[in-house]
Write a protein of this length. Structure first.
Length: 436
């Protein structure tokens, strides 16, 4: 009789353990979701810090524009930086690397504004002006380094710790699944040892099996959510983010080297390198900002690309932009060579097409898709090529790049007989360039 009582109490023990396992599983799910929310918040913070760093990087450009053309958006630009820094400090006060960022940037902005006013509005000799500009550039770079340091702290003390926490939750889920399976085996053995309690044990065994299946289903969903979706998505975005940051470093190094060169032709070569690196960096930036990494917003990318080129090539010609983009998204394998090709053609237009003219037109028409083929018409209504040989037998890096990039796109490109320099590119149908 005592043995029977002992066997009858085991199902109760098993039910209690199942309840504990389910409760602990729900706790793991809750903890994992909280970690994911924290990682999402820190990714948003990194985007804000990147935007702040870009705005700081534009400070020297605006300073030179104000110094040489008198076009002033200086106060608006500085107010935008202060407002962004204030928003970051208030919203992400508890995140690593944010606490000391705003005071440091406020001090740097005061020094930058003071030097800008002195250089722009006070009469100075050329040597003093160069010294002030060098000091101004040094302060801007120091401010950018402070923002980069904050980003590194978010990576090192935020995202890495959350990744470890997600890994720990998964290990605990595996242990929980193993224990639940072991409990089911023990319960089955106990049912077989007591035939007189077979019916009752069978009923409770079915209930336990159902609970075990639900628990395993919850664990599978948790594992799929943690590994297949969030982890991989975060890792891919992190890779694109790091590549974009590395390309920004390359641009900064090229700009630093360009500042050491006085020859105009050499500086122009450095400037072309910067625009090409920017075109590639923009693709990776759009990749980690996009919800779907295989489909990047073409309109947003081309808008940023053209605006960056306008900043780099300051011309007096009034431009009319005839832009018609009928392609919503493209994969990264297509967008990188396409962006570089558009960058080369528009850069050539800014440099050569409108010399001695008061106004001009830039045309960019893009249609089709990666599966059906891409149709691009791009060019200007400027002075045109000096000789047809420039196109059929290219003797410059820019023209060679245009032909090479068209080959990468598996496309044919030709020069249209129109006023100015207008190209037509038509890629062959096929989805082999799409990102999986």
């Amino acid at each position: 009789m005592n043995v029977q009582l002992d066997f009858r109490i085991w199902p109760l023990i098993a039910g209690a353990l199942a309840s504990i396992f389910i409760a602990f599983d729900l706790y793991l799910v809750s903890e994992a979701r909280q970690v994911q929310r924290n990682m999402s918040n820190e990714l948003t913070l990194l985007d804000q810090l990147d935007a702040l760093e870009e705005e700081l990087g534009e400070t020297m450009t605006l300073h030179r524009v104000a110094l040489h053309t008198g076009q002033v958006r200086w106060d608006e630009h500085l107010d935008g930086i202060r407002e962004r820094a204030r928003g970051i400090a208030s919203r992400y006060a508890n995140e690593p690397g944010v606490d000391g960022l705003r005071p440091a940037l406020s001090k740097a902005l005061v020094e930058i504004d003071s030097l800008h006013v002195r250089t722009t509005y006070e009469a100075q000799d050329l040597a003093q002006e160069r010294v002030d500009q060098a000091v101004l550039q040094l302060i801007v770079r120091r401010a950018e380094k402070q923002v980069q340091a904050a980003s590194r702290k978010v990576h090192e003390h935020g995202l890495s710790q959350h990744s470890k926490a997600l890994s720990q939750r998964w290990d605990e889920a595996q242990v929980l699944m193993f224990l639940s399976c072991l409990m089911a085996v023990v319960f089955a053995l106990l049912v077989g040892m007591n035939r007189r309690l077979l019916q009752d044990s069978r009923t409770r065994g079915e209930e336990l099996e159902s609970a075990r299946q639900r628990l395993e289903s919850t664990n599978r969903d948790l594992r799929a959510t943690m590994l297949s979706k969030e982890e991989k998505e975060v890792m891919l975005k992190e890779i694109h983010h790091r590549v974009k940051n590395n390309l920004q470093i390359v641009k900064s190094l090229i700009r630093f080297q360009m500042d050491q060169v006085e020859d105009v032709d050499t500086r122009e070569l450095f400037n072309e390198c910067i625009t090409r690196v920017s075109a590639m960096a923009l693709v990776h930036e759009q990749s980690y900002l996009s919800k779907d990494l295989a489909n990047i917003d073409v309109n947003s990318y081309l808008d940023r690309l053209v605006r960056d080129l306008v900043h780099v090539y300051t011309i007096d010609t009034r431009l009319k932009m005839d832009i018609d983009i009928r392609v919503s998204t493209l994969g990264i394998d297509t967008l990188i060579p396409l962006g570089l090709l558009i960058n080369e053609i528009i850069s050539n237009a800014f440099k050569y097409a409108f010399q001695g003219r008061e106004e001009g037109r830039i045309t960019v028409h893009l249609a089709g898709s990666e599966g059906r083929g891409i149709h691009l018409i791009i060019g200007d209504d400027g002075v045109g090529l000096p000789s047809p040989d420039k196109w059929s037998r290219p003797d410059s890096l820019g023209m060679e790049l245009i032909h090479t990039l068209a080959d990468q796109l598996d496309a044919d490109i030709r020069l249209l007989e129109r006023q100015g320099t207008v190209y037509e590119l038509l890629s062959r149908a096929g989805d082999h360039r799409a990102v999986a």
